[in-house]
Design a protein around this ligand. Structure first.
Ligand code: CUA
Length: 169
C-alpha cells in the first residue's frame, strides 16, 4: 500500500484558483501588449518647476517667447505648453501645426492651479499640476484637427480653456 499525501481541494475552489490564475495571465498579457506593442504610456511627471517663475523666467521653456513647438528631427517634435488661469484661462500656445505622421512629446505645466490637458482621439490625457511638468508622447498619424481641452475644473473660465493641434496631410 502506498501512502499518498495530497491536499484536498474542493472542486469549486480548484476551479476558481484556475480562473484567477488565467485572469492574471490575461491581464499581464494585456498590459504588456498595451505598453510594448501599442506604445500606450501613463503620463509621468517629467521634472519640477517653480510655478511662480515658470512663465516669467526668460530661460524657461514656458516663457511666452519660448512656448510652442520645437522640431528635434524631421517629424519629431517637442511641444511646450503653459496652462494659465491668471492670463485668462488659456493655453499658450493654443494652436500648433504639425505634418501627419509626426511624433509629438507634450510638456505641459501650469503657472497657477490644477488644469487638465486632453487631446481628443488620442491617449493624451493628463493632469496639469503647478510645479510639475506632465509629459506624454503621441504619434499623430492622420491629418485633421485635434482639439485639446482643460478637463479639470479651474474656475469660471474653465469652459473656454481649449486649443487645437492641426495635423496637415
Ligand atoms: Cu483650466 Cu479647467
Amino acid at each position: 500500500m502506498t501512502t499518498k499525501t495530497s491536499m484536498h481541494i474542493d472542486p469549486y475552489e480548484r476551479t476558481w484558483m484556475i480562473v484567477s490564475f488565467v485572469m492574471l495571465i490575461i491581464f499581464f498579457t494585456a498590459v504588456s501588449v498595451a505598453g510594448f506593442a501599442m506604445g500606450i504610456q501613463l503620463p509621468g511627471p517629467d521634472r519640477r518647476v517653480d510655478p511662480k517663475t515658470v512663465a516669467s523666467d526668460p530661460d524657461s521653456p514656458w516663457h511666452p517667447d519660448n512656448v510652442g513647438l520645437r522640431e528635434l528631427s524631421p517629424g519629431k517634435y517637442d511641444a511646450y505648453i503653459l496652462a494659465s488661469q491668471t492670463q485668462g484661462w488659456r493655453f499658450f500656445p493654443n494652436e500648433i501645426t504639425v505634418p501627419a505622421g509626426s511624433t509629438v512629446t507634450f510638456y505641459v505645466t501650469s503657472q497657477d492651479l490644477i488644469h487638465g490637458f486632453k487631446l481628443e482621439n488620442t491617449n493624451v490625457n493628463m493632469m496639469v499640476i503647478p510645479g510639475q511638468v506632465s509629459k506624454l508622447t503621441v504619434t499623430l498619424k492622420s491629418a485633421g484637427e485635434y482639439n485639446f481641452i482643460c478637463h479639470e475644473y479651474c474656475g469660471t473660465g474653465h469652459a473656454i480653456m481649449f486649443g487645437k493641434v492641426i495635423v496637415t496631410p
